[in-house]
Design a protein around this ligand. Structure first.
Ligand SMILES: [Fe+2]
Ligand SMILES: [Fe+2]
Length: 422
């Protein structure tokens, strides 16, 4: 009897319930909104988080979240949804508002990571299981790219967040807030928007007053000494002191992270791309701070060995997001190139290639940030109904910097050019 050489039919997994295209599209619309709103909320809270390493991590995560939002928006564009925010309703904002009403850093992070991000990661895994792997293969490809990053964020949070609640009362509050966050998420339809919404939004547990956002001052943990001006500027002939000063000030760019985070949170009514660019800017400053810290370590110093200043964050909070962002991009960043190019050449001349490379990478990032400023300051002028010209705003912001900054180099570069006596 001839042997049957045909392959047996493949054993197919039990047919799962597949989701239809319209369901996939509706979910992706929620995902993209929740991701960018999460980035904004994390930004708003960075100044209110005390632990230095946690601030760093949040700066990196908010950029990942903004990137995940972009992945979904790109996929939605392919699925004929060019305006994915249309018809979203209030629920995603309602979720973020509820999570942002926390009082302590460990609470807000427990809500964001243990409720929202955990649910998002589960929803991505669920979608990967239930969408059609052939018809909707590009969605699966997005999930394969972003889910490992989300899971790594969650693994970090499982270690880092409980460590912020240092006594029994705090641990109790953390648990209570996590339960509230899960409830608030479900009451607003869950991350997919498919849970029947509660008639009324749930309210925070008793004892929760006005949310602390936005933060008027930036926190530092107990390892840091804080004074008004930070490290004094060493004289020009103190070469080692000047290098130390430069990289210490890079480490203190955490204040730029905090200012951009607050602008990210506070500015309502801008298009999605503004928040995406700001998240990138915020993350870049986080890396500049890390770069300063790394170079300081190589030079034999810890980041907390010198007194820090948080005064530049504090005075910037006195101004609206338009001026805050204009001061940063049009004045501080645009004016910083002279000093950066000068020090780059000095590092090269002394054979300090490591410092030179650090400054060179920074110059490239700062060029991008100045471009962000040119792109968004005119839009913010409309948003905040600024009546004058761009030149008038820039002059006002230069004056604001000159009269408020505690950084001697920023003050020097903001001085009006001295005209030679005629
Ligand atoms: Fe920077
Ligand atoms: Fe910058």
């Amino acid at each position: 009897m001839p042997t049957d050489t045909r392959l047996p039919p493949p054993t197919l997994p039990q047919s799962r319930q597949r989701v239809d295209a319209d369901v996939v599209i509706r979910r992706l619309q929620r995902f993209q909104a929740l991701e960018i709103l999460t980035a904004r909320l994390l930004g708003g809270w960075i100044p209110g988080v005390a632990v230095w390493e946690v601030k760093h991590q949040l700066g990196a995560h908010l950029w990942q979240d903004a990137s995940h939002s972009r992945e979904w928006r790109t996929r939605l564009w392919e699925l004929r949804v060019p305006n994915p925010d249309r018809g979203l309703g209030e629920q995603p904002r309602q979720i973020i508002r509820a999570l942002g009403a926390a009082q302590a850093d460990y609470e807000v992070l427990a809500g964001v990571y243990f409720a929202l991000k955990t649910e998002l990661a589960a929803a991505y895994a669920r979608l990967a299981e239930t969408t059609n792997p052939v018809f909707d293969a590009p969605t699966l490809a997005v999930i394969r790219r972003i889910l490992p990053e989300k899971e790594a964020q969650l693994a970090w949070a499982r270690q880092a967040v409980p460590a912020l609640a240092t006594d029994d009362a705090a641990r109790h509050r953390l648990e209570r807030w996590t339960a509230f966050a899960r409830e608030a998420l479900a009451a607003a339809g869950g991350v997919e928007g498919e849970i029947p919404a509660a008639a009324e939004p749930v309210t925070p547990p008793p004892g929760y007053g006005v949310p602390p956002l936005p933060f008027p001052a930036a926190r530092r943990d107990a390892r840091f000494t804080v004074n008004l001006t930070g490290m004094p500027l060493p004289p020009e002939d103190d070469v080692a002191g000047r290098v130390r000063y430069q990289f210490f000030n890079y480490a203190m760019e955490m204040q730029a992270v905090e200012t951009l985070g607050s602008v990210l949170w506070e500015t309502e009514g801008m298009e999605w791309e503004f928040y995406y660019d700001l998240a990138r800017h915020c993350y870049d400053e986080e890396r500049h701070s890390a770069m300063g810290e790394m170079r300081l370590r190589e030079l034999g110093h810890g980041v907390a060995d010198f007194p820090h200043s948080v005064a530049n964050y504090a005075w910037r909070q006195l101004f609206d997001p338009l001026r805050r962002y204009c001061v940063l991009t049009y004045v501080i960043e645009a004016d910083s190139f002279r000093y950066k190019h000068q020090t780059y050449q000095q590092h090269l001349a002394r054979g300090d290639l490591e410092s030179a490379q650090a400054v060179l990478w920074d110059i490239m990032d700062e060029t991008l940030h100045v471009r962000f400023g040119q792109k968004w300051v005119p839009e913010l002028m409309q948003r905040y109904r600024y009546e004058g010209s761009l030149e008038a705003l820039e002059a006002e912001c230069r004056e604001i910097l000159r009269t408020h900054t505690v950084n001697p180099l920023q003050r020097k570069y903001a001085e009006p050019e001295r005209k030679p006596a005629s």
